[in-house]
Structure formats: C-alpha cells, structure tokens
Design a protein around this ligand. Structure first.
Ligand SMILES: [Mg+2]
Length: 424
C-alpha cells in the first residue's frame, strides 16, 4: 500500500437524538480517505473535544495511520498522567478512526480484517420498562413479538419503584411517601424538610420490587425468553449479594452492575452465594479494574463501554482474554454511543467466539440521517452493511443541524431518601 499520513483530526459534536455525541473524523493525505471514531463522553463532551483538538491533533498530524498499535501506545503514554474517561474517549475516537481507515484501504468491512465472522448478526437485547409488573410484562411481550429473544426488564427505570424524580417545580422531596402499585406495595421513605431537588431513590424498596417483578414475569411468561436486569450499582454491597441470591430461581441471563467499581472485592461474596450470572464493566477505565474479575472468574459477561476503555485496540485484547477464562462479551450499547461506536461494537460482536449478547436500543430517524450506513436491526439481530471499514459515515451539514445543548445532565443528580447524594 502507498504511504499515507494523517492530514487532520477533527472533532464533530452533534446531538440528533438527545445525547451529545462526540465523533472524530481523521483525514489522511489520500484525498477522500478518512476514518471515523466514537469519542462520546456525553456528560463532559467539551473536555474530550479539548483533549482531541489541543493535544492529540498536534501530536498525530503527519504520522502514519497504519501504525495503529504504535499510535495507541504513544498517545496513551504521551500525557504521562494516563487513563481516565476524558483521555480514553479521546483516544478511542482516534483508534476507531484508524481501524476504519485500515479496513477501507484493505477494501473490506472491519470484521474481515479482525478475523472474519463467526456469526451473521449480533443478537441484541431491548429495554422493557413500566410502572408496575403488568406494564413491564406487556412491554416484554411486545419485544418478543418483534423477534427479540433477550429483554432487559426494569420497573420505573433505574432504582425501580424506589425511584421518584423531583426535578420539576410542582413536586418536592417531601411528597415522597408510600408508593402503591399492583403487587409493588413497598414503602418509600420520606425525605427531611428542606431536602434539595434531585432524583430520589430508595435502595431497599427498589431491591424488594425487583424480586416482585421477576416473580411476576416468570409466572406469566415462563422461561423461554431470556431476561436481564441492571442494578446500576444502586445497592449497598451486602444488599447486592442478597438480591443476586434472591433472583436465582428466576434464571436471569445476567444481572448487571450489582456493585460499583469501588466495591469490586464484593464480587467474591456474590460468586460464593449464587449462580445468578453477573455482568459488569460499563464504568471501567483501567485494566486493573477488569483483569482480576476475569482472571478470577468472578463475572460472566464483560460490559465495558468501548470508547471509555480507549477503543477497539484494548477491547479486542480484553475480549481475547475473556475467551480464555470463559467470560463473554456484552459491550455497553446505550443511546450515548454514536452510530460509529455501535458499529465498532457490532464488528467485534461478529468476530469474537466468546460473544454473549449486544445491548442496542435502536437509532432515531435523525441519527440515521446524520450517520448514513447505520447498522440495521432485523428480528432481534443487528447486522452491519458490507461497506469497507466500519461502514458508517457522517453528513457534517446535517450533524450541524443538531447542536449539543449546554450544561450538566440532569439524571445524574441523584439522592437517597434522606437527601444524601448518591451514585446515579
Ligand atoms: Mg448498565
């Protein structure tokens, strides 16, 4: 192949579906040949843009884009103070774009370059929610009718029935009380006088409501559909052990993030108490977080957010490690991953022998407009197109029609019933 250099690194911010997306466009010395990467850290998008524009761009312009491993390692080490969500996301934007370019130069979809398919599409799970178990059941049934085999079931979003949002002006934390719902009559503890606005949740009421929910779902739906649940690290560690144990009869496909990254030593407790399969990892940045969990076989699914860990280069390494230890992949795939990032998830899904399941909530029409070539969802599976590279491009003119909003994300302001700040 002819020699090539990186001509420019551009950061594109867009918000076509309510999440602020950060996309890197890496241009090369070959006219028209560019790569795209996802660098989305939606809550701190401008910090990532600064890292890219002010530090990685000057570091990389003029370098050889074929040297992906060398660029990853030197970019990671060049700041001396390495790792963390801002720098890892910025590096992911570069890394995915380099893989995109290499596959385009090879004239093949990225999955071919990574070893070729071992499945035709990635089986995905949808998100069923509802205010009570009956609504969740209806929602799960709707997914099954569309061909889904895997459905994540939550009640009242994260925090379940223990959750009440008081961000609107017509409600106050004092209005917390006993929340009654069919089969979910669990008390929510009241907040003290003068409690500040925020999203309040009650961890203990939540944990009880999850048992009620899965008891209902399995009694009504049977065991043919695979059910998942995300605790979102909202419990005290010992309560997480208790919930994982209590849910064992309902045979979840996995229970996600029962513990926070700060409580990793507690995974051993869960493992010793129950066979409920455990998924973990969307908040992980550093190899020291996932390595012991995989090497000690304390989790069953790795859930890392690929841009958060630094891109395709580290993801393929940890996927290979997981294969050796019997841990499957279930890459994080929420709305604050750009279609470029979802395509990266998918290309890895197709080539990894130890793929488990892929989270995917669909693309909004505006996203499909801004990102031509989005992967397609059919019958519960996600499929890539056959274009060289990641297969997804960006229409910059259309992207500019959806500017990102300013200010902090509101859903991340969360409190426990007495008003104590809590993890979102
Ligand atoms: Mg999650």
């Amino acid at each position: 192949m002819a020699s090539l250099t990186i001509r420019d690194v551009r950061t594109i911010l867009t918000c076509p579906s309510g999440s602020r997306l950060v996309v890197v466009k890496l241009e090369t010395s070959e006219p028209g040949l560019h790569g795209l990467g996802c660098a989305t850290f939606t809550q701190r998008h401008l910090a990532v843009k600064t890292a890219l524009d002010e530090y990685l761009r000057p570091f990389l312009v003029g370098k050889d884009p074929d040297r992906i491993e060398d660029i990853w390692q030197t970019s990671y080490q060049n700041s001396y103070w390495r790792n963390g969500p801002v720098l890892n996301n910025a590096l992911s934007g570069i890394d995915m774009a380099l893989w995109d370019i290499k596959a385009k130069r090879a004239g093949m979809p990225l999955y071919q370059l990574l070893g070729g398919k071992c499945r035709e599409g990635a089986v995905i799970y949808g998100h069923a929610d509802g205010r009570d178990p009956h609504e969740v059941e209806d929602h799960v049934r709707a997914f099954v009718e569309q061909g889904y085999q895997y459905v994540r079931a939550q009640m009242g979003g994260y925090g379940g029935r223990g959750w009440r949002s008081f961000l609107s002006s017509d409600a106050t934390p004092r209005s917390l009380g006993r929340i009654r719902g069919e089969a979910t009559d669990h008390p929510i503890r009241p907040a003290p006088e003068g409690a500040l606005p925020g999203s309040y949740y009650d961890p203990r009421a939540y944990a009880l409501s999850v048992e009620t929910l899965f008891d209902h779902l399995r009694s009504q739906l049977g065991f043919d559909v695979e059910l998942l649940h995300d605790v979102h690290e909202r419990l005290a560690p010992i309560d997480a052990v208790g919930l994982a144990k209590a849910l064992e009869p309902y045979k979840l496909f996995f229970l996600e993030d029962p513990l926070a990254p700060e409580d990793l030593e507690w995974f051993q407790m869960i493992r010793s108490q129950t066979t409920t399969p455990i998924a973990m990892g969307e908040l992980f940045n550093h190899p020291r977080e996932w390595t012991p969990l995989i090497a000690n076989r304390l989790i069953d699914f790795m859930r890392m957010h690929i841009s958060q860990m630094g891109g395709i280069t580290p993801a393929r390494k940890v996927a290979a490690m997981g294969e050796l230890f019997g841990v499957r992949t279930a890459w994080h795939g929420p709305g604050d991953v750009s279609p470029v990032g979802h395509a990266a998830n998918l290309h890895l899904d197709l080539v990894c022998a130890n793929f488990g399941v892929q989270e995917f909530g669909g693309f909004a029409d505006a996203e499909k407009e801004v990102f031509p070539g989005c992967p397609e969802l059919r019958g519960g599976y996600l499929y890539p197109n056959e274009q060289p590279g990641l297969g997804v491009d960006i229409d910059e003119e259309k992207a500019a029609r959806y500017p990102p909003f300013a200010g902090p994300d509101s859903w991340t302001l969360t409190r426990r019933p007495d008003g104590t700040p809590a993890r979102p």
